[in-house]
Design a protein around this ligand. Structure first.
Ligand code: ZN
Length: 151
């Protein structure tokens, strides 16, 4: 188990240092900004949605290693997924980092998102880990406003 934790730690550090899909997207069909004032994490998420599928996703911004790694892994995970799958993954990820047991995985494995399981031990970091996901929801709902973790 501690080996797994080390592996997860390594994955988060790697994505925090070298975030993937870290760029603006002029041709995005949706975008939203997220802000976590507790930690100072800020990001803008860009999405290209074709029909009911997310064909491309990227982000830019600045924040702590956890918020950056979470956004980076979100972009890797959601590329090519349907909007319905994105919704299921949001719920599963939220349950994971808030420490809720999840009986039904609905056939969608968490993959690299599982690296954030340790976050549930640190309530202050939950908002860092979920910022990108709340921003995703805002982008998909078309609100396009700045979402804050403090409402
Ligand atoms: Zn943070």
């Amino acid at each position: 188990m501690s080996d797994l934790r080390d592996l997860y730690q390594e994955l988060i550090l790697d994505h925090g240092r070298r975030p993937r899909n870290f760029h603006t997207m002029p041709e995005a069909s949706q975008r939203a900004e997220g802000f976590n004032p507790l930690c100072g994490d800020k990001l803008t998420l860009y999405l290209k949605v074709d029909g009911d599928r997310i064909s491309d996703v990227s982000f830019e911004g600045s924040g702590c290693a956890i918020s950056t790694a979470s956004a980076s892994i979100l972009t890797e995970t959601l590329k090519g997924k349907t909007l319905a799958e994105a919704e299921v993954l949001f719920e599963r990820f939220h349950d994971l980092v808030t420490g809720k047991p999840h009986a039904d995985d609905k056939g969608l494995p968490l993959g690299k998102l599982a690296a954030f399981s340790g976050v549930s031990d640190y309530p202050a970091r939950v908002k860092c880990a979920t910022l990108a996901w709340h921003t995703l929801k805002s982008a998909l709902s078309g609100a396009g406003q700045v979402v804050s973790t403090e409402e």
